[in-house]
Design a protein around this ligand. Structure first.
Ligand SMILES: NC(=O)C1=CN([C@@H]2O[C@H](COP(=O)(O)OP(=O)(O)OC[C@H]3O[C@@H](n4cnc5c(N)ncnc54)[C@H](OP(=O)(O)O)[C@@H]3O)[C@@H](O)[C@H]2O)C=CC1
Ligand SMILES: CC(C)CCC[C@@H](C)[C@H]1CC[C@H]2C3=CC=C4C[C@@H](O)CC[C@]4(C)[C@H]3CC[C@]12C
Length: 482
């Protein structure tokens, strides 16, 4: 999908009383826009210390720490037998700083292979992103009134890339080579990618201030660290290429299945067929395939409509996603587990059911909105809230909040199958080490945090309509509990 944004024309047909009903605040979110922050400040919700934490301390810690975490996760896997306790013991006997330095010395191994693999993949992804056909889809209107337009060719891109990988593997095999060299040299690839992504995010920071692609851009009141972390542009484009679509979908989400295949191949080279690796690979690939069939829906999520192209999203999708998300497969390469057919097939079936539930929940809200509520949800007329909100400039718009079906069980019920699915593709590793559970633990934190961020955004966007939804659907994630 390459994206362009169109400026939508103003409609002034709504009734006056709508303005008093809506709280009239433009969507904001946890990292929100300046306007949203000022609103919170006026209402006395946010104290200075919270502000300092969110806008200075938190971004600084994240930028400093997360690159160490991705590298350490890989380093622990390959140098400490996948055991965090072995790593901690090493930290005690050698200095932490010395260990980190040794880990980052992978940078000294960078050569034409490293650069060739990364830029070769960039060139491949960019080429197909531009040339593959796709229907034009529109994202939601932004706070500044822009409507992003995408070319919906994500699924095709995914198929072409996976087919390309299969062909490349066959060609290499006939020449006595293997793509698992990426596993062997993953340390230097990841180290290089970290440096590249940190610089790229800085360039995006500058671009958002000096040459923004749309009016949804500019510095926030948060200062440099916050702006570097969160970004200065919502929909940056470089030479017509939508940067977030590229980093999130064409890089991060596509490298994830490629890494799964590389790890599965490596495991096959070392141990032959291993059922745990087979199950985790199938579950992850099914989940990723599901993602690509629904990619146009992803364009409506907070990653795209709220999070700017900064460290969080761009570094996250260039480094965190390709290393942490397939980390269970990485672990299984050196820790093969034989589950046996009954256990392996049970895990596989239950996991697939959770992919389906997660997919159906995402589809349900999308379908109800597409049909403007004129449809059935679980065989009944849907329970809807027609929520009004205002965009910048005062224009009033309407959206549907579904309060039945999956969206009537809890406000973020779909996170439960997401988490359970990840649990099932992780449990294939057994319970010997915590390391393969890293992704799952982070996912629980990420989704809980995301539910708060999203609810703050929705509450600012919809005001009393959101309160009405919360009154109807009382629980945030776990029905009757939380
Ligand atoms: N593996 C991972 O790392 C992660 C996976 N995910 C998965 O990605 C998918 C999308 O994530 P999700 O967090 O939902 O995306 P969003 O954050 O975009 O979803 C929330 C948005 O949906 C709309 N919405 C909220 N409630 C309702 C409702 N009752 N009816 C209709 N629309 C509603 C609102 O947008 P609007 O402004 O349009 O009203 C809201 O902002 C999920 O399957 C999730 O599990 C998500 C995060 C991380
Ligand atoms: C800085 C890091 C600690 C955090 C990095 C965060 C990002 C890499 C991830 C934040 C939200 C994630 C995603 C959201 C929704 C998705 C839809 C789902 O169907 C597939 C996965 C994903 C695209 C997922 C990918 C990673 C994030 C962008």
């Amino acid at each position: 999908m390459t994206g362009v944004t169109t400026r939508s024309k103003s409609r002034k047909s709504e009734k006056k009383d709508v303005y008093s009903k809506s709280n009239g605040v433009i969507s904001n979110g946890f990292h929100g826009y300046k306007e949203g922050y000022e609103t919170l400040e006026k209402s006395g919700v946010r104290r200075r210390s919270v502000y300092l934490f969110n806008h200075f301390f938190f971004p600084l810690v994240m930028v400093g720490l997360t690159p160490q975490i991705v590298m350490l996760c890989w380093y622990t896997n390959v140098k400490f037998g996948g055991s965090y306790s072995a790593l901690i013991t090493h930290f005690r006997s050698h200095s932490v700083f010395g260990t980190l330095l040794k880990m980052w010395s992978e940078l000294s191994n960078i050569n034409t292979f490293t650069v060739g693999v990364i830029f070769g993949y960039f060139a491949w992804a960019l080429f197909w992103m531009v040339v593959l056909p796709g229907k034009e889809v529109r994202g939601p209107v932004t706070p500044k009134g822009n409507t992003p337009v995408y070319k919906d060719n994500g699924f095709l891109h995914y198929c072409v890339t996976m087919a390309g990988f299969a062909i490349l593997t066959t060609v290499l095999k006939y020449n006595g080579l293997t793509p698992t060299v990426v596993y062997d040299r993953f340390g230097e690839l990841l180290a290089f990618m970290n440096v590249f992504a940190l610089c790229f995010v800085f360039l995006l920071y500058i671009k958002g201030i000096t040459r923004p692609s749309t009016s949804d851009s500019g510095k926030t009141a948060g200062g440099f660290f916050f702006d570097y972390y969160w970004g200065t542009e919502l929909y940056p484009r470089i030479c017509g290429i939508d940067v977030k679509v590229f980093t999130n979908c064409r890089f991060g989400m596509t490298v994830w299945p490629l890494m799964c295949c590389i790890y599965a191949l490596k495991s096959y080279e070392l141990h032959g067929f291993v059922d745990s690796m087979f199950v985790t690979t199938i579950l992850q690939l099914t989940y990723i395939t599901k993602f690509f069939t629904w990619e146009a829906g992803y364009m409506h999520t907070i990653d795209i409509i709220l999070d700017r192209a900064g460290f969080y999203i761009c570094w996250g999708c260039l480094c965190w996603l390709p290393s942490m998300y397939p980390s269970v497969s990485l672990y299984l390469v050196s820790h093969p587990v034989r589950l046996g057919t009954p256990l392996a097939s049970s895990i596989l079936i239950v996991g697939l059911i959770y992919v389906l539930i997660n997919y159906l929940a995402d589809l349900q809200r999308q379908d109800v909105r597409k049909a403007n509520g004129d449809c059935l949800v679980w065989g009944r007329k849907p329970d809807l809230i027609r929520a009004k909100y205002r965009i910048e400039g005062g224009e009033v718009r309407e959206s549907i909040l579904l309060a039945s079906g999956w969206w009537g069980l809890s406000r973020h019920f779909h996170y439960i199958p997401e988490i359970l699915l990840s649990f099932f593709w992780t449990v294939t590793t057994g319970f010997e080490n915590v390391l393969p559970y890293t992704y799952l633990i982070v996912l629980v934190i990420l989704l809980t945090h995301r539910s708060f961020r999203d609810e703050q955004k929705c509450s600012l966007k919809y005001g009393i309509y959101w309160q009405e939804y919360c009154t109807k659907v009382k629980h945030r994630i776990i029905p009757f509990l939380f």
